[in-house]
Design a protein around this ligand. Structure first.
Ligand code: 5RP
Length: 237
């Protein structure tokens, strides 16, 4: 099977969850807009609803890229200053623990604003296709860790002591260090299968120089999973 053929069902699943998620938004809401390819499909679907007359109090984007996509679709943007409480945030994920709905996020580099907007939200809705579901977080995906660039050697050593193989994220052929929208560095920390995501999240956040990490524990309010049979809704136990 070619790459193009195998990609098609996943694309259809992403589009289906993105459309279902955009359908949850009601008039007057403050909406958090996640980042990544699924979130961008959701922004497109939400833009269509705005064009058809949906009136938002405003949308808080979790990255500059999502902000640009939302502007292009005519979605009115707002800030946490104007709206410190977000009614509903719609975001993707890199891994979802099928039992607990805990997440790894941040392969797209937007984890910090994503976590801040999730923390401000009454409900976090996570949109994934079935390939993102795992039994234990960390087996396939490293945990992205956002850190102050000045602190990089200290953070790398501390992540190693916590049991990770950590590499600084780089971009382009010349290996330029990746810089987040907040001007920080990202370490991709491979812990293997994670036994206790809550404890690991706390341990990582205690490292001096770390700002936050891509473990989202106990934050998912509703999971939408796109698959061959349509969109499945899962709520935390
Ligand atoms: C970005 C993220 C994204 O939500 C995550 O990477 C999923 O992206 P995609 O929908 O493209 O698979 O956390 O920081």
């Amino acid at each position: 099977m070619t790459g193009r053929r195998s990609a098609a069902p996943a694309d259809a699943a992403k589009r289906a969850v993105a459309t279902a998620a955009a359908g949850l938004v009601a008039d007057g809401m403050v909406v958090g807009l996640g980042s990544g390819s699924t979130a961008e499909l959701m922004v497109a679907a939400l833009g269509e609803r705005v064009r058809d007359g949906l009136r938002l109090a405003g949308a808080v984007p979790t990255s500059e890229r999502t902000a640009a996509a939302a502007r292009a679709r005519g979605i009115p943007l707002t800030t946490l200053d104007a709206h410190p409480v977000v009614d509903l945030t719609l975001d993707g994920a890199d891994e979802v623990a099928a039992g607990t709905l805990d997440l790894i996020k941040g392969l797209g580099g937007a984890l910090l604003r994503e976590k801040i907007v999730a923390a401000a939200s009454r409900l976090l809705v996570v949109m994934v296709d079935e390939s993102k579901l795992v039994d234990r977080l960390g087996r396939r995906t490293p945990v992205p860790v956002e850190a102050v660039p000045f602190a990089w050697p200290v953070v790398a050593a501390a992540l190693q002591r916590l049991g990770a193989r950590a590499v600084r994220r780089r971009v382009g052929a010349d290996g330029t260090p990746f810089v987040t929208d907040e001007g920080n560095a990202i370490a991709d920390a491979d812990f293997g299968a994670i036994a206790d995501p809550g404890r690991l999240e706390r341990d990582i956040r205690l490292v001096t120089g770390v700002i936050d990490c891509g473990l989202f524990v106990g934050r998912t309010g509703l999971l939408l999973v796109g698959g061959a049979d349509g969109v499945r809704r899962v709520t935390p136990a």
